[in-house]
Design a protein around this ligand. Sequence first.
Ligand SMILES: *Cc1c(COP(=O)(O)O)cnc(C)c1O
Length: 416
Amino acid sequence: MRRTTGRNFLFVPGPTNVPDRVQRAMLVAMEDHRSSKFPDLSSSVLSDLKKVFKTTEGQVFIFPSSGTGAWEAALTNTLSPGDKILASRFGQFSHLWVDMAQRLDFDVEVLDVEWGEGVPLEQTEEILRADKNHQIKGILACHNETATGVTSDIAGLRKVMDAANHPALLFVDAVSSLASIDFCMDEWRVDLAVSGSQKGLMLPAGLGILAVSQKALKSMASAKSRRCYFDLADMISANKTGYFPYTPALPMLYGLREALDIIFEEGLEDIFARHHYFAQGVRAAVTQGWELELCAKSPKWYSDTVSAIMVPDGINGAHVIDVAFRRYNLALGAGLSKVAGKLFRIGHLGDLNELMLMGAIAGAEMAMLDVGVKVSPGSGVAAASNYWRSNDPIPKRKVSKEEQFYEAHSTGSVQG
Ligand SMILES: *Cc1c(COP(=O)(O)O)cnc(C)c1O
């Protein structure tokens, strides 16, 4: 029997928790998407998404699809069949993008990297320098590999492309980094930035989001890949007046409007700092408390949105996940493909706070103990608590104001 009272603790790295405000904003009656009022909504979300990608030059597109659709839109609008692509692969998501590129008939040079590491900059630079005739037309990089909890250095990738003086288009998967880990489309000169609604944007799945540089928009003219539903040309002409070439997912757009408001109220830089602070607490639980290892091989790869936690030999990670779900109503992320059974994941992105994460840490700990992992009871919670209590990013000024309130309302005794 599965416990059904109380809340489900959703800690897969996507879909993430949808804030109540966003849920309410999506509870709308359907309306005419060709009305004179509709462009107010569409134009506002399209222009505000540019701020989230940190682009003023680029153009943002919203498809009623998931992130995978935006992967396809990025490739087919800018490349021709047979074009050479360089892609590094170090997890299930970078793998799936490679697989898509191969199925779309591109000539993909795959740089296989150990799972737990990210885009290999030196090797990439060597390959680009050797490509004197500029046969490579596109470089695919997964900014945050959700399957292994690894973040790659996209600024560094741009640097090696510049060092090699290589003109390829830079394609970046930002599905599980956007609005949670800093992403600078213009500064890094990313040409195609792919995202989706159900991760850092705190919405249900259902929108594929793509930001496209001016350079990439120009390449559409010569790109011969077949495209129809995902043709940016149709989108550009409809979006010009604030409309879509087909029926948009209206409640999702209202939800997106609210989510963007929430994001700007907190501020992007504070959001990134919060994600780092949460991630550090989770990592303290894993490495100091439980004395387990992360899949990410070294701190430079640590992801601030998801931690993939290796289970000891002889333990099946899927068993931990199943027990966590059935006994404690906690959803943890599974190990995918190559790492199936070897790890479980805690997503720490989106609408969260310390105590929600404490629930995930405590539940994972209980489930691990239940299936025979020798962690010390309470050790994960203690390590996270120590980290969060001594690294609270809330300015001390604000805390002291609340302390004044407390003192004014207490009877003088500060126990209890
Ligand atoms: C979730 C995710 C995707 C796929 O997104 P869908 O919305 O499921 O199509 C792609 N890349 C990464 C890195 C992801 O985390």
